[in-house]
Design a protein around this ligand. Structure first.
Ligand SMILES: Nc1ncnc2c1ncn2[C@@H]1O[C@H](COP(=O)(O)OP(=O)(O)OP(=O)(O)O)[C@@H](O)[C@H]1O
Ligand SMILES: O=P(O)(O)OC[C@H]1O[C@H](OP(=O)(O)OP(=O)(O)O)[C@H](O)[C@@H]1O
Ligand SMILES: [Mg+2]
Length: 281
């Protein structure tokens, strides 16, 4: 049975559960369930703290896990990224009171509070900066106001937590993170892992693309196909009226309205857009 680690709470847990549900797997019936067996698919889901997931997967006791890229790197566990999952996007950044510093080199001899000590220590070493790292569990933004640190390094999504604490980010982002599927380093994937990866890729594709159909005059079909090239090539079907063809193509969801406007200007009509419920590419 394939053993999969899933965040039990925190910023990634709801989106991770939603993605697995969309991929056809059984979810938790209530939030206190720690293990869910999906016997139909021969998969067992272990609901764990997001920070611990890379440890279990790196140790090889679980086959794969969903966690944050930042947590994976912070743990230094022997696990590696298989697939980026397109949610839980954030950057990891230094911040302090306005005007305190312009970049990491100015942190020499200072105290930096964080709950990602591994990431921060590696970044300081990369820049040849000697500073002390104050390890905290969370709500790190308050550390400067309370005087336990001169600066912090933390997850930034909207920037609201930083702003509320009166802090400003400085320097280049230490890293860019999102939720990722991980597996033990240097382990050959099994057929069961391949199926899970294909299912998750199917969810990503279904989320990122829409299906677009339209009718266009035969002499304009090449120009229309250039606007809607699809993943491989659009489907072009004859219509009863020989002067027209019907075209069907996948279009990036974000570009839907722009592509419809461009097609309309070109002369396409009966332009229809539908959601893709599921797919295997
Ligand atoms: N506001 C956010 N937006 C996007 N991703 C976030 C956000 N906060 C945290 N994350 C990501 O979620 C992952 C785990 O963080 P999370 O805050 O859920 O764990 P935690 O701090 O251990 O748990 P908790 O905050 O519930 O105590 C990390 O990969 C982090 O980048
Ligand atoms: O830029 P923002 O949109 O404000 O999001 C970033 C904040 O979200 C997370 O906090 P969380 O709620 O997980 O609390 P924690 O710091 O105690 O983990 C993270 O640690 C930041 O504090
Ligand atoms: Mg948190």
């Amino acid at each position: 049975m394939l053993k999969v680690a899933v965040p039990n709470k925190g910023a990634l847990s709801e989106s991770a559960a939603a993605m697995l549900r969309e991929a056809g797997y059984r979810g938790r019936r209530e939030s206190k369930e720690l293990v869910v067996r999906d016997t139909d698919h021969d998969v067992e889901f272990f609901f764990l703290r997001p920070r611990d997931i890379a440890i279990y997967v790196g140790a090889g006791t679980l086959d794969v896990g969903l966690t944050g890229r930042d947590l994976l790197l912070d743990s230094a566990s022997p696990a590696e990224e298989v697939l980026a999952l397109g949610f839980g996007g954030s950057t990891f950044r230094y911040a302090s009171l306005p005007g305190f510093a312009a970049d990491v080199t100015e942190l020499a001899g200072r105290r930096i509070a964080t709950s990602f000590a591994g990431l921060v220590e590696a970044d300081l070493e990369r820049h040849g900066v000697e500073a002390s790292v104050v390890k905290l569990d969370g709500a790190v933004e308050t550390a400067v106001t309370l005087g336990v640190a001169d600066a912090i390094a933390d997850v930034v999504e909207t920037g609201t937590s930083m702003r509320n604490a009166g802090l400003e980010v400085f320097g280049e982002p230490i890293m860019t993170s999102e939720a990722v599927l991980i597996r033990p380093a240097e382990r050959e994937d099994s057929a069961a892992v391949d199926v899970l990866v294909r299912r998750l890729e199917g969810v990503l594709t279904a989320r990122h693309y829409v299906m677009m159909d339209y009718d266009i005059r035969v002499e304009l079909v090449e120009q229309a196909c250039a606007l809607t090239p699809g993943l491989e090539s659009p489907t072009v079907s004859p219509l009863h009226d020989k002067g027209y063809v019907a075209v069907r193509s996948m279009v990036p969801r974000k570009r839907t309205n722009q592509v419809m406007d461009d097609l309309y200007d070109l002369g396409a009509r009966a332009i229809l857009v539908t959601d893709i419920a599921a797919c295997r590419i």
